[in-house]
Design a protein around this ligand. Sequence first.
Ligand code: SF4
Length: 705
Amino acid sequence: MSDGQAREVRTTCPYCGVGCGVLAGVAADGSVSVRGDPEHPANAGKLCSKGAALAETLGLGQRVLTPEIGRKPATWEDALDKVANTFSRTIAEHGPDAVAFYVSGQLLTEDYYVANKLMKGFIGSANIDTNSRLCMASSVAGHKRAFGEDLVPGVYEDFDLADLIVLVGSNTAWCHPILHQRMRAARDRSGTRIVVIDPRGTATSAECDLHLALRPGTDVQLFNGLLAHLVRTGAVDADYVATHTTGFDAAAALAAADAPALERVAEICDLATGDIERFYAWFATTQRTVTVYSQGVNQSAHGTDKVNAILNCHLATGRVGKPGASPFSVTGQPNAMGGREVGGLANQLAAHIGFDDPAAADSVARFWRAPSMVRSAGLKAVDMFEAISDGQVKALLVMGTNPAVSMPNARRVREALRRCDFVAVADVVRTDTTAFADVLLPAAAWGEKDGTVTNSERRISRQRRFLPLPGESRPDWWIITEVARRMGFADAFAYASPAEIFREHAALSAFENDGGRLFDLGALKETGDAGYDDLQPFHWPAREGKSGGERVLGDGRFPTAGGKARFVAVRQEGPALPAEPTRPLVLNTGRLRDQWHTMTRTGLVPLLMANAPEPVVDLAPADAAAIGVTDDALVSVDSRFGNVRAKVRVTRTQRPGEAFLPMHWSGRFAARAAAGLVSNPATDPHSGQPELKHVPVRIVPETIG
Ligand code: SF4
């Protein structure tokens, strides 16, 4: 600790799914500094630009500090009564499916747990979904199809051990910077090869051994071609396939029919055959291969098929959950994984139990002593806002997210929020969404509340409080339990602390389980408050009698009915909306290095704003010339859903025919550049994840004014 610091608190970065450990130093005068936690296994003391600037986001200038009803200050009693009474009345008049919660991968696991329990066990609806739906739902669905459960077999140590790392739709240098540093270190140390599969040239592709800038959306074709190549060249692990999997023949046959020859793959993917050959040869001959994938795969109307096309290749070579050899979906948000564990998605219950297992669902009902246990899936994010728009959902609680900007077809989402009979929003700052709130609830921010988060490698870490609650703000778990209490469920929600909630969550994961489920925190179900305070970062499962930290699926046993993994036969499909003569360009969206979500935190830091201070759309030189614009020209980007305005950057990193717009811009910074205004709400049929990376647009010069 440096001079003048009174104490240093060990906590976790609230931004991305890497889940870096942070030491927050609080000086005697109350000022805060942060540094990377050298003892946290995710980052070993390093922080990226966003994490390093966390202390500069803690000011109270933009904070919501008192409850409001109808935009007027109110007491917590009145605000909570209003929310609970409106929800109870709506349920009494229209049934439980007339209400919904839309929550966030920014919430802590304990917040998520109580919100999920209230909606699914006590209200009797599964209408609770999360902005993580926009981030990794296709990976969840792909894992369930292949492995039987939503299990991520990779761990960060695999990057140190791999000889080949394949990054698919994943600009890790900007979006998971600390992981990328680890991959680069492996490359420098042991010559690990890195292949980047991404239509765009990025900071990640700039440093790789092979960049496959494929035509957007053709990932299934590329990986079907790889599966066919593995079969043709005898690279399939026949023993593994026979012993641990089902469905190989059908998947291999469809892959061979879909991708009969390299030339066909090259044509569909718009790649050089030599590059494809090189990638296929490296994959076929490198046992220690890790394939990392994220939003570029997931955010698609065929995202789940893309995930399964990748998983098929790893199953065919027996490379699942083994040291340095695994598929590895990395999450965008700090607690997307924790939300999955407690059922924060409309199609999951809790503890990785789905609605497709009635006996396990009965077990959850018994554990909760739930009076109104729901038995079927609820509305996923895009459908939820459609149901609000149609008047089927009449009361909504939004927690820690900004759907008025981040949802696709955001104009329609705003209209839905405007029309909704009742909208309550719990958040830290005013956002585009809080403008629609009938009741606004001041939530505690990072540093002001306690709980746990789970990162991309299944490692659970504590977020610890190091600041007092400002104004009248309260933690999200407290807000939910107070609403539940007022709705008549006081006994089931009589929690005094997040530690109590965590113990219940751990006990549920082991309840009537006998070690049968891989998500198991049974060893922690009796953790006392002091033990919870001291909890060190650990991998699940954490079973009773075991120390935890096991790899999962590496032994070839899968949580399916027959204990075997499933190949899924998939075929290349086109995008939901192809380019057309009037909208000839395809718009892709994604993150910037220094920004997070809708900029509500990172936008407060001048240093983070300096690198990209205004909305810019990237165009290839030929497209810019065809439109008649050069660098810094102002353009209108028009899709069939709406339009945004941005300045042009002409860059050879962009494929001709494609454009790129960052997803972050929101009301306070550049309302007219919110990517959600032009994004396509078409969703993947299995995951419900929207196609945020592919919408046809027309780009035309616009005059300033
Ligand atoms: Fe935070 Fe992610 Fe950066 Fe780590 S890599 S410091 S978790 S934003």
